[in-house]
Design a protein around this ligand. Sequence first.
Ligand code: SAH
Ligand code: SF4
Length: 345
Amino acid sequence: MLQSIVGMELTDIQQALGSTEPGFRARQIYEAVYRKRVADVGAISNLPKGLRDRLRSDLPLGLPEIERRYDSTDGTRRYLLRLGDGKTVETVWMPEGERSTICISSQVGCPVDCKFCLTALMGLERHLTAGEIAGQVLRVAADNSLTERVNIVMMGQGEPLLNLANVIKATRLLTDPEGMAISPRRITLSTSGIIPKIDELAREAVRPKLAISLNASNEEQRRELMPITRKYHLAELMEACRRYPLRPWEKLTFEYVLLKDVNDTDGDARRVVKLLANLNAKVNLIALNPGPGIPFSTPLPERVESFQGIVRRAVPCFIRRPRGLDVYAACGQLKRMETGLVQVG
Ligand code: SAH
Ligand code: SF4
């Protein structure tokens, strides 16, 4: 496949240009792509025409293209983005007053077979490259002319820790002060609990905040809901959380999808509190977002509040409001669903 600029760090661009161009050209291109967020190499006006032509034919930008956009009544937009090889992946933009959140994917589909998640039904199609991960942010920012600061959550399709090298390279691109300049405090990576990779992530100099999809209050229940638990046991996952080196400003986030009559009792809530003892943690509760083929239902709001009431006595605990439910943009719903279609272009 043709090389493309999005995904390249400064040194990669220097190398691709070769020694025939003066050294500062690579920096001009890097800043135009990541800081000024040009949509086309032809728009990098401080480059000589000859170089722009050369880039157009040999080194295109390679941003993912918008195949479809689904607009929710609550302002959320779900994007189906087309990648260089024709595969598609989903990204979600959630505006909220002064700031907005972009939910990005790390793989096409997902190999982790969680029983409540629509993405699981796709299986894994492939990993995304660093450029395809960071490119989702550039594409969504361009489509919405974003000027405000954004939060990034790696909570779209895929298990980010099973594609760690690309996720880390994408994080470097997203956070570089000379480029996209998003603070690592504003980026959160969510994992189903790939223990050795949590330890690996801990050793990275530039890394997002960590969120763990807990989703169960004991080993047996978690095995049923998240078969990955057979390989990475809950007790060992909690050990990995205890040794994870939090930065001074950081808390470990635990996500918990509430499934009616399965993991949503007051007893479950008390067990969650025990699991999280002595951790600098916070909990996000998500009432199940339903979907075709998902054999669970959503608990009533009173049940969710009762669960929250118990957990909150021990650790901060929030109820995550679903976004974009009407267009299948909410957590666990990303599976190229056709609905509420807005054709773009
Ligand atoms: N693969 C990663 C990140 C993507 S999933 C992970 O599992 O953490 C992002 C979040 O959505 C996870 O916390 C997951 O538990 C949750 N989720 C999955 N399916 C859901 C559903 N149907 N309703 C609500 N949340 C769901
Ligand atoms: Fe994959 Fe996360 Fe869905 Fe589990 S919840 S199948 S890890 S995307």
